[in-house]
Design a protein around this ligand. Structure first.
Ligand code: FA5
Length: 346
């Protein structure tokens, strides 16, 4: 019998390898087969390395065939390995079925900061009343924070707001959101406006359970022809009812702000049966929620409006104090301390 040619040997190698592969039924057997044929000293590796020993005239044909055999075996192996893995997984699942009724492990979820929550509540109520949100700067000019709001230098009313000054002359951290009124007016005059201006304010105050040096305010401003104190009363009443419940009484007291005339402060009554009532209302039964008034003609003029033609009302409230009342929070300092035990309650 004549000696088998190198190419014939390749054919034998292929059929033997394929036959063995067909009997490998699990992953371990398949991997054993792979080592035998494709390991460092594996038969296919050796057949490929043997190309140099093949007679010259057969070499090209041998090389092509050797590569074809290699690819064919690799392809079959990969497909069978995939099948074996899949079968093992199915077997595992049927032997140890998953209990899909087990509750999932809870994911720790963050919540909105309570200050953000109360602000959003306020935005929603005023949105229904037709007010849009307008944002203004926290570092203000002394002119906007005081002068244009009818408080010239040395005006005694400035004592109501102990201020942080920056190193830039004439620039202060705003003590209230009221300077935002000037920005809104100058951008919109002579057209009517109805906006709320939320944001951070800063005062050089003695920190206590009710007062922080950094706190939120929400300013409101409505300007147009024929706007009256009745409109202010209506808006404030509607707001307080939505915020604190329909049963609440609202009390309006006269007050003083240099930028409104007349000026008022607004209280709401606290339910007589609430055990926190005395503590929260300092024994009076009434709680102040905001300052407000009809925009002073000088301020209207400073904003670019003609006080002969239009009138307006403005108010300024403290959302953190409102949330304190709503949820019986007894210390305003909790807001910015980032204590999870406090924040997780909201
Ligand atoms: C003002 O700041 C006026 N600009 C309000 C205003 C606007 C009146 C428009 C008229 C027209 P007042 O200083 O009272 O007013 O502050 C308003 C609210 O801000 C207070 O009722 C309180 O809820 C809140 N607030 C004031 N100071 C602090 C503080 N240190 N910490 C936390 N909240 C404060």
């Amino acid at each position: 019998m004549p000696e088998a040619t190198a190419v014939e040997e390749l054919a034998t190698l292929e059929s033997t390898a394929q036959a063995e592969l067909a009997t490998a039924t699990d992953e371990a057997a398949l991997r054993g087969w792979n080592t035998k044929y494709f390991g460092d000293r594996g038969a296919v590796k050796q057949a490929l390395a043997a190309i140099g020993k093949v007679p010259k005239e057969q070499r090209a044909g041998y090389g092509l065939e050797a590569n074809r055999v290699k690819v064919a075996l690799e392809t079959t192996y990969a497909a069978l390995l995939e099948q074996a893995k899949e079968a093992a997984m199915r077997k595992g699942l049927s032997e140890n079925p998953l209990d899909v009724t087990l509750p999932a492990r809870p994911l720790p979820r963050g919540t909105l900061h309570p200050a953000t929550q109360i602000l959003r509540q306020i935005y929603a109520i005023f949105a229904e009343l037709g007010f849009r949100v307008y944002r203004t700067r926290e570092v203000e000019t002394d002119e906007n924070n005081f002068e244009l709001l009818n408080m010239p230098p040395h005006h005694p009313a400035r004592d109501m707001w102990d201020t942080f000054f920056t190193t830039t002359p004439g620039q202060v951290l705003r003590t209230h959101t009221s300077p935002g009124q000037i920005h809104v007016m100058r951008e919109n005059a002579p057209h009517p406006v109805r906006v709320i201006l939320p944001g951070m304010c800063y005062r050089n105050e003695a920190i206590s359970t009710r007062s922080e040096i950094q706190f939120l305010q929400v300013e409101g401003l409505c300007i147009g022809e024929g706007v009256t104190m009745c409109d202010l009363k209506g808006v404030i009443t509607a707001f307080a009812r939505r915020m604190f419940g329909p049963e609440r009484q609202i009390r309006i007291r006269s007050s003083y702000f240099p930028f409104t005339e007349p000026s008022i402060e607004v209280d709401i009554d606290w339910p007589a049966d609430d055990p926190n009532r005395d503590r929260l209302t300092k024994g009076t039964g009434w709680l102040e929620i905001l300052g407000a008034g009809m925009v002073h003609p000088t301020v209207l003029k400073n904003g670019g409006y003609d006080p002969e033609k239009v009138t307006g009302f403005a108010f300024g409230m403290g959302p953190q104090r409102m949330l304190m009342l709503q949820r019986a929070i007894d210390d305003i300092r909790l807001f910015w301390q980032n204590d999870q035990r406090f924040l997780k309650q909201f």
